[in-house]
Design a protein around this ligand. Sequence first.
Ligand code: UD1
Length: 419
Amino acid sequence: MQKFIVTGGRRLRGELALQGCKNSALPIMAAALMCRGECVLTDCPKLTDVYSAARILGCLGCKCSFEGNTAVISAGTLSGTEIPEELMREMRSSIIFMGAMLGRAGECCVSVPGGCELGPRPIDMHLAAMRKMGAEIREDGGRLICRCPDGRPKGARITLPFPSVGATENVILCACLAEGETVLNNAAREPEICDLCSFLRKCGADIRGDGGSSIAISGKESLSGCEHRIMPDRIAGATYLSMTAAAGGEMILTNACIPEMEPFLSVLEQTGCSIYAGSGRIFLRSGARLRAVRDRIRTMPHPGFPTDAQAVLMAALAKADGTSVFEENIFDCRYRHTDALVKMGADIQVLGKVAVVKGVASLHGAKAEATDLRGGAALITAALAADGVSEITGISHIDRGYEKIEEAVTALGGRIVRR
Ligand code: UD1
């Protein structure tokens, strides 16, 4: 089992190009399954979750190869419609292959996905939406056997009870090759949904309204391939900015998606950091101490404050002057990083969906275990701001979403070693 050894107490300084976005690459890889022509994805991040998606494509008969940050996917003919359980369990987002397979083949056999470290993550909205689009879904010992009786899904009017990102993606994917028109209300508005739609449009799909709450899709008979550049990863961006804010110093983030990062940047600015953003570059300078954020930081669907940036910002605020209050509204179990932060000397009280972070004078190095992806990144953030050495285990969680995080931190002058 690998671990990170982080020596804290050094200010960070440097320039970093933002990696391609994991949460955009995964649904776009599922979408490539629906295309009869070749798809070339540039800026595709090299991550274990991306390789899991490639294995799923492979077992369905698609060719998928990587050269540097370019992925080439050919799904001319499929050889199967069944995704083995062990692949489904590798990551929760594997469920979006359901909509893609139903669209392309009219049937699939998948299982209840894994990646459940943030508490119960049901897929009821996905299943209800696919059923509305004409799929018959039978559960058999954790396997989901899905079939459209007419061989093709049907367009439908669907209103999600909550703007779920994954359910929105599943409906969009399925609807692109369904018969007739689909209207999806209360859709998620995350930027990654727009990136998926822009990829699909290049392949010939007819989608209107993405980025808003109501999306209309007219189904097509087939989709072609295209070349598409994956958008930058706003959460990786939030992570590296939080690290520099926490440790002190200055950095420039290039290849940044500034409008998409605004909900995070507007909160980070309240900590007293100087932030200048323009032309795809974000400059951040962090002085001696951060200020606590006065208003409650409420995680919300986009364009609210992103739940995926909650842990890294909390790590940065652990050493701020004053008390910050977080309210986690998206996931039930998203404060698992707080125990490790407390081990490093943070003063954090969790009560249900609220976490109260009283800034302390200093943090100290500790042995800590990452229990989820963003929580793991928060431990590195705190370790960089702490005095002494930290040993972080469970780093396979971190490798799911950050491309060579130790190289990025080292480029900023942080001390981190993978062992
Ligand atoms: C995606 C992101 C994840 C991010 C999350 C919220 C990917 C690969 N992952 O996850 O990084 O944290 O959006 O921005 O893009 N829910 C149900 N029933 C369902 C579906 C969801 O109850 O059928 C609940 C979930 O348990 C959760 C909430 O809805 O509490 C939001 O989940 P959702 O938006 O679906 O997140 P994901 O797509 O899993």
